[in-house]
Design a protein around this ligand. Sequence first.
Ligand code: MN
Length: 261
Amino acid sequence: MSKHILVTNDDGVTAPGLLALVQAMQAIPDTRVSILAPDRNWSGSGHVKTLDRPLRIKEVVLADGSTAFASDGAPSDCVALALLGFFEEKIDLVVSGINPMANLGHDVTYSGTVTAAMEALIWETPGIAFSLGSLENHLGALDYTSASAIACRVVETSLAHRFTVGMLLNVNIPYLPADQIKGFHITRQGLRVYRDRLDKRVDPRGRPYYWIGGDSPTGTPEEGTDVGALSAGYVSITPIQLDLTMYTSIPTLGDWGWENK
Ligand code: MN
């Protein structure tokens, strides 16, 4: 039976990474592709639910002539709109991306790309987030050719298997030509090293304002992690669930004597 795939992203409907992912999905036999993405860039927006205003959706045409829809909501709003019935036909898989920069370790809760896939889990639909490990100082347009081929392979493989309920896949693809990508590693979240700095300035009226600035994050390239796989030239596939409970702390916390005055 034909599979209905929703494509979204967090960089906005006009982003080249979205078009690369749309074309990858359209190349998969026996699928139907619908596109609903934000009308602007929501990178770093995290898992959002817009409740204080209505959401508008307009039809747009992508650079290759594909019909897409753009909403003024966040990536996770786009997924909710689609899965709650905007397209009127059941969606079997949500794919998000291709984000130009990697989403590794703790990035997943910041990332609009990954939180779009998290929203899919809320509605019991499998989700896959795709990000490209390009460098911060990359000049000119990014080449999504090999990432698009990898996304196609990942989705074809996923559709051939039963997706565990409550699991999303966070896929990070090295920014390398296809013949230099070494293979696929199933990974856990690694350690991102954030280098944020608070930059305090003063506005023309003498009031302070703040930028969270600093250098882009690095990571500890430990083997078995997303950071390690990407830095070694492998596609990193991390299974992620929404249950953030720290199970190892449940017994310890139980001993804290909460009811003793
Ligand atoms: Mn982004």
